[in-house]
Design a protein around this ligand. Structure first.
Ligand code: FAD
Length: 388
């Protein structure tokens, strides 16, 4: 670990903290994430996104030309720290801002950048990611949704699944197979698809928590115009890997929210006396240990980023530890709240929801097993797993 907070980052901290003090309302402070957002949540979050965008804080790592601040790595760290400290909510458009926008900046035409980036920044247009299919998840390159070129566009047929915010999305970054004769990583193309096109059906999926957070997307003879292509034809794998690397690059600040929640839990155990219970003490000490491990791993990732290096295999270590501690946290919260029967009453169902939704942490953004493969091969140098 080798980084310090330069004076510019501390100056930015003071500026942003003052801005948050002036603009973050009590209603927004600590606003809980809603997997299936209601109208009130959407209106609040949309307003907050616009306020952030107008002040240049909606996506500080973006270039100034697109509404960002060209923020350095340490300014981004400070920004994340201040948001957690103040209890500021996230963004309404997480996939668009963090994953898809950087891909549009890297591979898009000027017309695409002009058309898409501003409304995305303000939360006026929400984006979803159409990558996974029923038979292509971890093995994404097996995807089979097809796109046939017609001379002035593509006709798309097939199905996607697990599309977060699919019901809210105006646009989708869609991976399609444009050359079925090429090897599986080659014949893929990335399209920026208007979700109102005829032939697209969005079917919400209800999860364990009862919320309809995901969707299935069905495409039946959907005509997608030629200018929707992102990057080169049949080079969609390069675009997809860039999009996923931006998602994984965000892991460095994951420990902040987790450690904040662990601190709150320990405070509660002090207040209500459950900290005297030997099993609760064990669980809290274990949680604290994992939270601090996560922090040290994240700090190493920040060091690499601050040195201008791309994310290394430590992103996989962070993802594994983060998902484990994320699953252990609601269990410990239930103990501190007085046990299984009392927990729902004590927390108005929030801990129970967190417990159920935490099961997705070991799957989203790369499963634990797939990340262990990365660690085995790239960190430990063990033989590669057999590939089909
Ligand atoms: C919260 C959440 C949000 C998501 N949002 C989106 C989204 O917006 N857009 C989108 O396109 N997708 C999204 N997904 C889907 C996600 O990308 C996939 O679930 C993930 O890639 C795993 O694919 P799968 O579900 O098909 O499981 P599979 O790949 O079928 O895996 C099944 C099991 O086999 C294991 N396995 C697979 N391959 C290997 C291997 N090589 N070695 C060892 N074990 C292996 C896996 O670890 C897993 O336990 C989301 C998922 C979640 C949970």
């Amino acid at each position: 670990v080798d980084f310090t907070y330069p004076p510019e980052a501390e100056a930015f901290r003071a500026e942003y903290r003052a801005w948050l003090d002036a603009n973050l309302t009590d209603e927004l402070r600590g606003l809980a994430y809603q997997g299936e957002p209601d109208e009130g949540y959407l209106a609040l979050m949309h307003g907050w996104n616009r306020t952030l965008a107008d002040a240049g804080y909606a996506a500080i790592s973006w270039p100034v030309a697109y509404g960002g601040r060209d923020a350095s790595v340490m300014e981004q760290v400070v920004f994340a720290e201040e948001n957690v400290r103040a209890g500021a909510p996230g963004t309404l458009n997480p996939i668009g801002l963090a994953n898809i926008a950087p891909s549009i900046m890297a591979f898009g035409t000027e017309a695409q950048k002009d058309r898409f980036l501003r409304p995305m920044l303000r939360g006026d247009e929400i984006w979803c990611q159409g990558f996974s299919e029923p038979d292509a998840g971890s093995d994404l390159a097996s995807l089979s949704t097809s796109a046939r070129w017609t001379g002035d566009g593509w006709v798309v047929n097939g199905q996607k699944v697990w599309n977060t915010y699919g019901t809210l999305a105006s646009f989708c970054e869609l991976l399609v197979r444009t050359d079925p004769t090429a090897s599986k990583h080659r014949g893929i193309t990335s399209l920026l698809v208007d979700m109102t096109l005829p032939g697209i059906e969005v079917r919400p999926l209800r999860t364990l928590t009862g919320e309809r957070e995901f969707c299935e997307l069905f495409f039946t003879d959907v005509f997608v115009p030629a200018d929707a292509i992102l990057g080169a034809e049949n080079d969609g794998w390069t675009v997809a890997m860039a999009t996923l690397s931006f998602e994984r690059g965000g892991v460095a600040s994951l420990h902040l929210q987790i450690r904040h929640r662990i601190r709150r839990l320990v405070e509660l155990a002090h207040e209500n006396g459950t900290g005297a219970d030997p099993l609760v003490r064990q669980r809290l000490a274990d949680l604290h240990t994992r939270g601090e491990t996560l922090r040290f791993l994240a700090d190493r990732a920040v060091s690499r980023a601050a040195a201008g290096l791309p994310p290394g295999p430590e992103s996989s270590l962070i993802k594994i530890v983060w998902s484990q501690v994320g699953r252990a946290l609601p269990l410990a919260a239930a103990d501190v709240a007085g046990g299984v029967l009392a927990w729902d009453v004590a927390t108005s169902g929030r801990t129970a929801t967190e417990l159920l939704s935490s099961t997705s942490l070991t799957i989203a953004g790369g499963t634990t097993e797939v990340n262990r493969n990365v660690v085995a091969e790239r960190v430990l140098g063990l033989p590669k797993e057999p590939r089909s």
